[in-house]
Design a protein around this ligand. Structure first.
Ligand code: GCU
Length: 605
C-alpha cells in the first residue's frame, strides 16, 4: 500500500482515472448539468434507511463493494456484506447519528435497493441534494458518476442503466479533508459527512426543461429577461412562459440546441421583505411542463447604498450555520429551516447570511416565502490551495451549481465568493477568477466576500483595506473588536473607514457565552459580557456612514472541532444568541431591540 502522501494522491488519481475510464466504458453520458427545480418534477424518493459500511482505509474501492456481491458458493471469498451491516438515515449526516461516528472522517459506503418500473417517462436521473464531501455513485454495480463538493446538488442520468424491477444503488461518500479541497483542512464548523440531503429518482421526457432564468431585466424593472435551456432537443422547440396572475403568456422558439433567450414587458408587484410576493410561473416545451413560484425584484448599489426595488435598504441580519436546533447535526428539512429562520424573524431580521457554504434548497425557498433577503456563500474559507487549478475548478463548480439552483429566488441577493481569505497575490488572482466566473453565471445579483484584513490608521481609526474590495459590489467585514481583538472598550470612539466607496455589510462580530453563564460585564464567557459587546458594537457600527447592513456571528451555538474548552464550549462555538437547545441569551434581546428601533425609524422596508 502506497506510503507517502503524494504516492497516495497519485494512487487516488489513478483510481479516479480508472473510475472515469470505467464510466466512459459503460457509455454512461458525462454528468449533465443540474436539473432545475426538482420540487416541480415527478420524483421517487430514495430517502430512508440505507445500509452502510464504514471503510476507514477505503478498502471498498479495490474490493469493489459497489458490486454488492454475495459469495457464489462456500469457496467464494467475499469480505463485505451490506445485509449484515448497520444502517444510517438518509438524508442525514453520520456524525450525529452514531456516537461512534461523531469524529469520523473518511469513506462510508451506502447501499440501497429499490424496485423500479420504467414508465413512459423517457429519461431517468438520480438526484442528490448534497453529499459531503466526495461521492462516487454506482447503479447495479456499474459506475454512474462522481461529484466533489459537500453542499451543492448533483444528478446523473441512469436511463440506460436502471432496470425494470429490482435495482441497487451504492454510493461511496468520503468527507476526508484535503489540502486541495474547498473548504480545505481547517474550518470552524463540524465536518458532517454523508448523504446529507434528499436522494431522488427523477423522471423527465426525452426533451425536457433543464434550466431556466426568469427575473426582472437588469436596469429595466418593467421587463422580464431571461433564458430557457432544454435538454435533448435536436430541433427548434416551441416554448411557452406563462404568468397567469399577470396575464402573461409568451411564446418563443428555441434554437436547434433547445436554447432561447426571452425578454418581454411585465407589470408586476415587486418582491420585498414587506411584501414577499411570489408569482406562479409555468414553462412548457417539448412535452415538458414546469411550475415555479418566483418573486421579482431589483437589487443594485449606488455609492454606499444598497437599493432594493430602487430604494435604499438597511440589512438587519444574522449569520447562521446549517445546523439543526435541538437534535443537532446538519439541518436538511423544511422543519429544521423553519425553526432557524423563525428565530431570525423573531430577532427582527430582514436578512440572513447563510454561512459558509450553500445551505439546503428548502432554506432559500422558505426565505423567499418569508421575505428574508439572503447572502449565499461558497466555502472558500480561510486558506485554500490558491495555485491549484483543480481547486479553482472545484470552487467555480460549487458557485455554478449554487447559482443554477437558486438563480430564480428573489430572496438571494448576494453571491459571496469566500470568507476571511488571506491577502496575497495568488489568493487575489484566484478570487478574481471566481468573481468573474460568478458574474458570468449571473450578472443580476451582487457579488461580495467576508474580509478581515484591516489597518490601524490612527489611535482610533481602522481601515478595511483588502485589495479584493476593489472588485466586489459590496464589502463584507468580519471584525471581532472586544473578543479576539482587544477589550470591549476598544469599540468606544473607534472609527471605521473603507478603501472603496461601496456599501459595507459587517458580516461578523460577536462574543461567546454558554446560555445561563452569568457574571460581570467584563468577565468573558458570560451573557453579560456578550450583551455588553453587542451594545458597544452597535454603538460603534451605526456611526459608519457606508454601513448598509450587518449579520452578527451567530444565530445559534454550533458544533466545532476547534472549541474543546470543557464545561464552556465542549466542542461548540458559543457565539450564538440562542443556544443549540433554543434558549435565548440576553444579547438576543439587545439586537432585537436595535432592529426593532431601526425598522421603526429607517423609512425603508
Ligand atoms: C470567523 C469565521 C467563523 C468563525 C468565527 C469565530 O470569523 O468566519 O467561521 O466561527 O470567526 O471565530 O467564532
Amino acid at each position: 500500500m502506497a506510503s507517502s502522501h503524494c504516492e497516495r494522491k497519485t494512487m487516488k488519481r489513478v483510481v479516479a482515472l480508472l473510475f472515469v475510464a470505467a464510466t466512459l466504458a459503460s457509455a454512461a453520458p458525462s454528468a449533465p448539468r443540474l436539473i432545475a427545480n426538482l420540487h416541480a418534477r415527478t420524483t421517487i424518493s430514495l430517502n430512508g434507511t440505507w445500509r452502510v459500511i464504514i471503510d476507514p482505509y477505503e478498502t471498498g474501492l479495490g474490493a469493489r463493494y459497489y458490486e454488492n456481491r454475495k459469495p457464489k458458493d462456500k469457496q467464494d471469498l467475499v469480505e463485505y456484506d451490506f445485509d449484515s451491516t448497520g444502517t444510517l438515515d438518509v438524508p442525514g449526516d453520520w456524525n450525529s447519528q452514531r456516537e461512534t461516528l461523531l469524529f469520523y472522517e473518511g469513506p462510508v459506503w451506502y447501499e440501497r435497493s429499490f424496485s423500479y418500473n420504467r414508465t413512459a417517462a423517457a429519461r431517468t436521473f438520480l438526484y442528490f441534494g448534497a453529499a459531503n464531501y466526495h461521492a462516487r455513485v454506482y447503479l447495479n454495480g456499474k459506475p454512474v458518476g462522481e461529484h466533489e463538493g459537500g453542499f451543492t446538488p448533483f444528478n446523473f442520468e441512469i436511463s440506460n442503466d436502471v432496470r425494470d424491477g429490482d435495482n441497487f444503488v451504492v454510493v461511496e461518500v468520503n468527507n476526508a479533508r484535503r489540502g486541495d479541497s474547498v473548504p480545505a483542512l481547517n474550518t470552524d464548523w463540524w465536518n458532517y459527512g454523508g448523504l446529507t440531503r434528499d436522494v431522488s429518482i427523477v423522471e423527465v421526457p426525452a426533451v425536457f426543461i433543464q434550466d431556466y432564468f426568469v427575473q426582472l431585466a437588469k436596469g429595466s424593472p418593467g421587463d422580464i429577461a431571461g433564458w430557457v435551456k432544454l435538454n435533448g432537443a435536436t430541433q427548434p422547440e416551441q416554448l411557452t412562459i406563462e404568468i397567469p396572475e399577470a396575464s402573461i403568456r409568451q411564446r418563443v422558439t428555441t434554437d436547434m440546441n433547445g436554447y432561447a433567450e426571452v425578454k418581454f414587458a411585465a407589470t408586476l408587484q415587486f418582491w420585498s421583505p414587506e411584501n414577499p410576493k411570489l408569482y406562479r410561473v409555468v414553462l412548457s416545451a417539448g412535452g415538458d411542463r414546469v411550475e415555479d413560484q418566483i418573486g421579482f425584484r431589483t437589487i443594485e448599489t449606488r455609492g454606499s447604498k444598497i437599493l432594493l426595488n430602487g430604494k435604499p435598504i438597511f440589512l438587519r441580519g444574522i449569520s447562521m450555520h446549517e445546523e439543526a436546533a435541538f437534535r443537532g447535526g446538519r439541518a436538511f428539512s423544511a422543519e429544521d429551516d423553519a425553526v432557524l429562520l423563525g428565530w431570525a424573524r423573531e430577532l427582527g431580521c430582514n436578512f440572513v447570511r447563510l454561512a459558509h457554504y450553500p445551505h439546503n434548497e428548502a432554506m432559500i425557498r422558505l426565505a423567499d416565502q418569508m421575505g428574508l433577503l439572503v447572502w449565499e456563500e461558497i466555502p472558500v474559507y480561510w486558506d485554500i490551495d490558491w495555485k491549484n487549478s483543480a481547486t479553482l475548478q472545484t470552487a467555480d463548480e460549487q458557485m455554478r451549481d449554487l447559482v443554477a439552483r437558486d438563480h430564480n429566488r428573489a430572496a438571494a441577493i448576494f453571491w459571496s465568493i469566500g470568507n476571511e481569505t488571506p491577502v496575497n497575490p495568488a489568493r487575489l488572482e484566484f478570487m478574481k477568477q471566481v468573481l468573474s466566473y460568478t458574474r458570468e453565471q449571473d450578472s443580476t445579483r451582487l457579488v461580495t466576500a467576508a474580509m478581515n484584513h484591516t489597518d490601524k490608521i490612527g489611535p482610533n481609526a481602522r481601515l478595511l483595506n483588502d485589495p479584493l474590495g476593489e472588485f466586489l459590489d459590496v464589502l463584507g467585514l468580519n471584525e471581532y473588536i472586544g473578543w479576539y481583538d482587544g477589550p470591549i472598550a476598544a469599540t468606544d470612539g473607534l472609527q471605521w473607514k473603507t478603501a472603496y466607496d461601496k456599501p459595507l455589510v459587517v458580516s461578523e462580530f460577536g462574543a461567546e457565552t454558554p446560555f445561563g453563564a452569568h457574571g460581570s460585564a467584563d468577565s468573558r464567557w458570560t451573557e453579560e459580557y456578550q450583551t455588553s459587546l453587542y451594545q458597544h458594537q452597535i454603538a460603534m457600527l451605526r456611526k459608519i456612514p457606508s454601513l448598509a447592513g450587518m449579520s452578527p456571528w451567530v444565530l445559534m451555538d454550533f458544533r466545532s472541532p476547534r472549541r474543546p474548552l470543557t464545561g464552556i464550549q465542549d466542542f461548540y462555538n458559543r457565539k450564538g444568541l440562542i443556544s443549540d437547545r433554543g434558549q435565548r441569551k440576553q444579547a438576543f434581546y439587545t439586537l432585537q431591540k436595535f432592529y426593532r428601533e431601526i425598522a421603526a425609524t429607517v423609512s425603508d422596508y
